[in-house]
Design a protein around this ligand. Structure first.
Ligand SMILES: [Fe+2]
Length: 288
């Protein structure tokens, strides 16, 4: 069996579908090809893989240490009920993800990326959007890019979920128990970050970004909103229409992603394995 995967580009300036690879058995040689393809394309889609969660975690761990193993992103409650109540914490979390973002920029170490598989797909496919922050950075005018090179922003889930009106219910201690709501210092990150693998500049923005250093609040909101809006358009975005069994992996240092609104009366379950970023290159500035 050959080791060179068959690559079919998607209709965007990044992203590819990968065929002729069985993710249950990835040799070191095949992995080396996939790792290179991830650097080149940012998003790899593997249709109809139907792997188990153990196989998914094993594949994800080939890229590096895991931030967390396969976790369900779903509107199916533990008792099997399909949750569509907009006031439910799980639904609030799902809805919040409709804003473009990088994963775990609100944590001390931003994620490397993720491997996600689809188990239950609703009729409208609940597509996931991806957006290329390398291309978005390159498309900026030089004055703006030079301005951004000197700027840093805070990243927090309290901010993003609070602004969207989707903060969860408080626990007995008066805080939030869901992942990402920590009491450590709010991570501060550069707005343009050099990608550790390519050496190319990428925008580091999204819904978790707020309060740019040295700017007043309204100026900061205005700039971040404008960058988010202008970055995620045209051939810099691609929406993956899920089919059950699909697996995707993306580079979270280059791409932003977002959930799309879907009919919550239908069950949906995807599984997200998050790959940890490097403490050398993805640690927040104020943690160094
Ligand atoms: Fe996400």
């Amino acid at each position: 069996m050959g080791t060179k995967p068959l690559v079919e580009r998607v209709d965007a300036c990044f992203g590819a579908h990968i065929h002729d690879v069985d993710l249950r058995h990835v040799s070191n040689e095949t992995f080396a090809s996939l790792r290179e393809l991830l650097t080149e394309f940012g998003l790899l889609v593997f249709p109809a893989q139907h792997i188990t969660l153990d196989e998914q975690n094993r594949f994800a761990a080939m890229f590096g240490e895991l931030e967390f193993p396969a976790a369900a992103i779903t509107n199916i409650d533990i008792d099997g009920t399909v949750l569509s109540d907009q006031g439910h914490d799980t639904v609030k979390s799902i809805r919040g993800n409709e804003g473009w973002h990088h994963d775990s920029t609100y944590m001390p170490v931003q994620a490397f990326g993720a491997v996600v598989s689809a188990e239950i797909v609703p009729p409208d496919k609940a597509p996931t959007g991806f957006a290329d922050m390398r291309a978005a950075c390159a498309a900026l005018d030089e004055v703006t890019r030079e301005q951004l090179r000197g700027l840093r922003a805070k990243h927090s889930l309290y901010y993003s979920q609070g602004r969207a009106g989707y903060l969860p219910t408080k626990n007995e201690a008066g805080g939030y128990s869901m992942y990402g709501y920590h009491d450590k210092p709010v991570p501060v990150r550069p707005m343009i970050k050099v990608h550790p693998d390519t050496g190319i500049e990428n925008l580091l923005i999204g819904r978790h970004a707020h309060d740019i250093d040295g700017m007043d609040a309204s100026e900061s909101v205005e700039l971040i909103d404008r960058l988010n809006d202008e970055a995620c358009v045209g051939d810099r975005i691609h929406f993956h229409q899920w089919e059950a069994g699909d697996v995707v992996v993306w580079d979270n240092r280059r791409l932003m992603h977002c959930a799309s609104e879907f009919d919550l009366t239908h069950p949906r379950r995807i599984w997200h394995t998050r790959i940890a970023g490097s403490e050398v290159t993805e640690l927040a500035d104020n943690y160094r």
